[in-house]
Design a protein around this ligand. Sequence first.
Ligand code: HEC
Ligand code: HEC
Length: 299
Amino acid sequence: MRKFDTNKLVRTGAVVAGAVLLGWAAFGIYRWQVRRTQVAANRTELARLGLPGDGTKDFMPLPAILPHSAGAARLGEDLFADKRLARTSRRTCTSCHWLNMGGSDGKIHGRFMTRPIVNAAATTRFLHDGSFTNFTDAAKLMLTDGTYAGGGSLDEIVARLAADSQLVAGFARVYPTGLTGENLLDALEQYGRTLLSAGRPFDRFQGGDDHALDEQAKAGFALFRRKNCLACHQGPVLGGHKVYEDRKVTPLRGIGLRRVFLSDASSTDIATALSRMPSGDREWTAEERAALTAFLKTL
Ligand code: HEC
Ligand code: HEC
C-alpha cells in the first residue's frame, strides 16, 4: 500500500485555496474597475449636459428639461413642421418623427427606421450606427438628403426661408447673426432639447410615488440593474452614448411610448427586442422576461 502523504495533500490544498482566493480577488478588482469606468462615464455625461449630480448613482432622474434657449426652441418648433424646408417632397420633420410615439413613425426610410427623437438630444451618438456625434450634423443630413426632408443644400434652404420677413425677424431677435444655416440647425437642436419623455410612471416613481410602479415592474427594475443592462444602456436616458456591433445603443427612456423597436424595425413588442440583446434571454425565465418588459413599459 502507498503511504498516504499528508504533507502533499496539505500543500495541494493550500495551492488550490490560494488560486481560488487570487481568482476571486482578481474578479473583484475587475468588477470594481468596470464599475469605476461606468461611474466616470456617467459623471462626464452629466457635466456635458450641464446637470447637477455626481454620477455615482446608477439611475439619474431624467431632467425635466435640458438647458436650452427658449427663444431658439420656439423657432425650432415651428421649423419642425415647416413644409418649406423640403424642396418638393413637402415632408417635415414631424412627418416621420411622430412625437406621440416617442418621436418615430416606426417605419423604415432608406435602410433604417426613423430614430426616436424624444430624448435624442440627451445622447452623444446619432443615427443607426452612432457615426455622427452631434444632433446638428444629423439634422443637417435630414434637411438636405432626399431620403429624409430633401431640401437641397443648406444655402438653398436658407434662401427659401429668407423670403419670409417674419421668420427672418424672428431669427434676428434670437441670434445676432440672424437667419443662417448654422443657426437653423441650432434652432432645431434647441427644440430637440425640449423633447424629453418626462412624467412617465418611472419618473414619478423616482420622484417618490411608490405606487407608480406595480410589483412586477419593480421586480423588473431590480433585474435590469442585476443583468448588467447598464453596461451599455447608461446615462440619464439609459443609452445613447455607446455603439455596439455597429448599432447605437438606443436610449431606453421613452421606450414605453414607442410601438416599433430596433433600428431595422424588426420587432413590434419589447419582449422580442429583449431577446436580441447580447446578454440574451436564453437563461431568463418567462417570469423574468415579463418583469423586465413590465419595467421597460414604465420608462
Ligand atoms: C422621411 C422621414 C424623415 C424625415 C422627414 C426626417 N427624419 Fe430624422 N430620421 C429619419 C430616419 C429614418 C432616421 C434614422 C437614420 C439612420 O439611423 O441612419 C432619422 C434620424 C434622425 C436623427 C438622429 C436621432 C438619433 O437618435 O440618432 C435626428 C436628430 C433627426 N432625424 C432629426 C430630424 C429633423 C430635425 C428633421 C427635419 C428637418 C428630420 N429628422 C426629418 C427619418 C426622417
Ligand atoms: C453590449 C451592449 C448591450 C447590452 C449589455 C444591452 N443592450 Fe439593449 N441594446 C443595445 C443596442 C446596440 C441596441 C440597439 C439595437 C438596434 O437598434 O438594432 C439595444 C436596444 C435595446 C432595446 C430596443 C430599444 C428600441 O427602442 O428599439 C431594448 C428593449 C433593450 N436594448 C433592452 C436591454 C435590456 C433590458 C438589457 C439588459 C438585459 C440590455 N438591453 C442590454 C446594446 C445592449
